[in-house]
Design a protein around this ligand. Structure first.
Ligand code: BGC
Length: 742
């Protein structure tokens, strides 16, 4: 039920009072507090702080009093309670009825949206109808719309208050609360105004402003008679010092409220809904014959667009978006590994490019991070808000270094998809070279065996810590070296001047390149000869090799039932690890290799990271395990709707939602970019009648529809698009359509 627009967002809280257990949560992208690190045993190299996205001013609040009694949805026990999330138009609608103890029955309808048209705005329409009035006197209704800045983070290491007061004001025309984040200094202002209506007519009502530190409200009272509806429309503007000079933040919020207050909810909503219609037009996935799967994918797409809109390269995608505080709202490898393809496929290339620029802009911090650990080059943080590492568990912070690989891979992926080779020259190569320098300083040469190894790491499967030679890490490290050398060589050939400039800027030595080649040639990879599978890490085959089917239901989820040492000793896998490599580097491995590794590892995988099922679904689809792919798809698509992991109160699994999109587009439709061409190998999951999705590819606006008998690909406008379907080349003309029988 959360709403957001990439700039701000909030949980599905109520406007009225609610005294029961809840987390009132409003979050503003990029506004964080450096919360002092908390650890049991300090290790040198730990960061001083964990940047946390802040629970900010609650701007939806409307206290309601009915004949002097506060409407508290916890104690009043509403009936006919219903919430509708209109994902097509981005509106949350809530309705219920309450009885006041004297036989009077009221019905309430509350609507709200966070504007996709004007990102600093949000709007609420709260309507109340007196349905039944046995005393026949009508009722006094008091609305107090307010802005409440006395909010605390649920996730706060020392229970501190992260905000300090700047100013608040309440008048008849508007309310204002401005606060500053301690330490990080962000200034945030919320301004609001409201109007009252009796039926359709605006009602002139006396307003009593109330203000106290970090709070601004306004009381307005009116009598409502039987059958009558009174409504309150509240318009809110939220501004921050991220976008405005500090001293003007309050003023800007007020200006916005003044500028937009002449429009009513309906008008502002129409513009917002129009923006959503455009987004859906470009990125909807339509599934016929399976409403549960259809609802699942739309829910995922909706939340992805609510979380990240991509205009601001300072922002990124937190695993929970604006829906909760877990993971601190920071950026993880999730962005590059799971989210990028969604934004590549559904938005203009600038959006995905901004995700890459985010890391480019953090390059100096990543170099500092590597230096701090006594290493060279750049080590991107495991979790960050501003480029600095926030994570503080040694086996992850210092050891889960494969994240660097995903950041390099994202550059490759972006260039491969968009064809924007210039990005490499302008930004990408700097990042790639520093990542290579990191790998070159992190490997260990083993002279007795004449090979390079990477010791003491944690792979993507976090149910193994401090292992040697995690296959995925070794493989992605070498891939980074090879890819970087390849694009350097290409630049040298095609643009010798640019190459020389870059080499000078980075002070890149020939000896370094030789060292990288040597590492790539002599890297050691654990391999299980008799099974023909890559060994997840040294010693994996010494474990007792069981499958998830051998576990009893009480064991699951392992992370809630088993002691940590038991998990570490076991063979059970949290999320794709070897298979993550076979997904990323799928173009380098044949189907048989993928199949052997899938058959070996998937049965041991407990999928206790939400990021796991999607990668497995894609590989299952590729190797022809269509039912398995569908089963895994459903698990990822409805994870939050059906609350599989019993944790939606923490918020949604936003980054895995992008994986769900991939499960359809890369999994069922088999999208790949091969030899610069869009390539599809679609199949239709058994229960579906058809599915279709939009795809933006190199300026082509394509629509792909898969039915039991054919694949239909059409293009809106554009120029001829050459592509490959089931191994055969085709061309779709501008505004054209082709049908290919299965
Ligand atoms: C996963 C990581 C992921 C993180 C944030 C963890 O549970 O193991 O791969 O980056 O969650 O989503």
């Amino acid at each position: 039920m959360s709403l957001g627009n990439g700039y701000m967002g909030l949980r599905g809280n109520f406007e009225e009072s609610y005294s029961g257990d809840h987390l009132q949560g409003t979050y503003i992208a990029g506004v964080y507090y450096p919360d002092r690190t908390v650890v049991g045993w300090w290790k040198v190299g730990y960061p001083e702080y964990f940047a946390k996205v802040l629970n900010a001013v609650n701007f939806i609040g409307i206290d309601v009093q009915l004949d002097g009694r506060v409407l508290d949805l916890h104690t009043w026990r509403p009936s006919k309670f219903r919430r509708t999330l209109d994902m097509y138009r981005g509106e949350l609608v809530r309705s219920f009825q309450v009885e006041d103890g004297e036989g009077r029955v009221y019905s309430v309808e509350a609507r709200r949206f966070v504007s996709k048209d004007r990102r600093e705005l949000a709007c609420i329409r709260y309507s109340l109808t007196l349905l039944v009035d046995p005393p026949g006197r009508g009722a006094q209704v008091k609305f107090t719309p307010y802005l409440e800045g006395n909010v605390v983070n649920e996730d706060a290491n020392y229970g501190e208050d992260f905000w300090q007061r700047v100013e608040e004001f309440s008048g008849e025309d508007y309310q204002l609360v401005t606060m500053e984040v301690k330490k990080s200094g962000f200034v945030v202002a919320a301004a609001s105004t409201f109007r009252l209506y009796r039926g359709q007519e605006e009602a002139a009502v006396e307003v009593r402003p109330t203000a106290r530190p970090r709070y601004a409200g306004a009381e307005a009272e009116l009598t409502v008679h039987s059958g009558e509806t009174v409504s309150l429309e509240k318009l809110v503007a939220v501004t921050t010092s991220r976008d405005h000079p500090r001293e003007l933040v309050s003023q800007r919020a007020l200006e916005l409220v003044r500028r937009y207050c002449s429009h009513n909810y309906r008008e502002l909503f129409a513009r917002h809904a129009q923006a959503w219609a455009k987004t859906w037009g470009e990125s909807d996935i339509v599934i016929e014959g399976d409403p549960a799967a259809q609802q699942g994918i739309r829910f995922n797409i909706f939340h992805l667009h609510q979380t990240y809109t991509g205009e601001d390269p300072r922002l990124n995608i937190g695993p929970k978006g604006f829906t909760g505080e877990k993971y601190g709202g920071g950026t993880y490898w999730d962005t590059e590994a799971y989210c990028l393809p969604f934004y590549l496929g559904t938005r203009e290339p600038e959006i995905a490019r901004n995700l890459l620029l985010y890391r480019y802009n953090h390059l100096e911090k990543a170099k500092e991070n590597a230096r701090k650990l006594g290493l060279k080059g750049a080590l991107y943080p495991m979790v960050t808000m501003n480029g600095e590492e926030c994570h503080n568990e040694w086996e992850i912070t210092f050891e889960e270094i494969h994240r660097n690989g995903a950041i390099a891979y994202a550059i490759f992926n972006y260039v491969r998809y968009t064809g924007d080779g210039q990005y490499l020259e302008d930004y990408g190569l700097e990042v790639l070279v520093e990542i290579c320098r990191f790998w070159a300083s992190r490997v260990t040469f083993q002279p007795r065996k004449g090979v390079y190894m990477i010791l003491g790491v944690t792979g993507p499967n976090e149910y193994e810590n401090n292992v040697n030679n995690n296959w995925y890490t070794n493989r992605i490290a070498v891939w980074c070296l090879e890819y970087t050398m390849e694009v350097l060589a290409e630049l040298r050939r095609a643009k010798p001047d640019s190459y020389r400039k870059l080499v000078d800027k980075l002070q890149l030595q020939q000896s370094e390149l030789e060292h990288w080649s040597d590492i790539a040639a002599r890297m050691y990879y654990p391999y299980v000869e008799e099974l023909g599978v890559f060994e997840q890490q040294d010693g994996f085959m010494d474990k007792e090799l069981l499958t998830v089917a051998d576990l009893s239901p009480e064991d699951l989820p392992l992370n809630q039932n088993w002691s940590w040492d038991r998990i570490l000793r076991s063979c059970f896998i949290k999320q794709a690890d070897v298979l993550q490599g076979l997904f990323f580097l799928g173009h380098l491995y044949d189907l048989e290799t993928k199949k052997r590794n899938f058959d070996f590892y998937e049965p041991m995988t407990v999928h206790e990271s939400s990021l796991s099922p999607c990668v497995h679904a894609i590989i299952a689809a590729e190797i022809g395990y269509h039912d398995k792919a569908y089963e895994l798809y459903l698990r990822t698509a409805r994870l939050d709707l059906d609350n599989y992991n019993k944790d939606t109160d923490d918020g949604l699994h936003i980054t895995s939602m992008a994986g769900t999109w991939m499960a359809i587009v890369y999994g069922f439709a088999g999208l790949r970019i091969e030899n610069d061409r869009l390539t599809l190998r679609p199949f239709l999951p058994g229960r579906w009648k058809s599915y279709s999705f939009g795809l933006l590819f190199r300026g082509h606006r394509l629509k792909v529809q898969v039915t039991p008998s054919e694949v239909v690909i059409s293009q809106e406008g554009g120029a001829r698009c050459d592509l490959v379907v089931h191994g055969q080349p085709y061309g779709v003309e501008a505004d054209g359509q082709i049908s290919i029988p299965h």
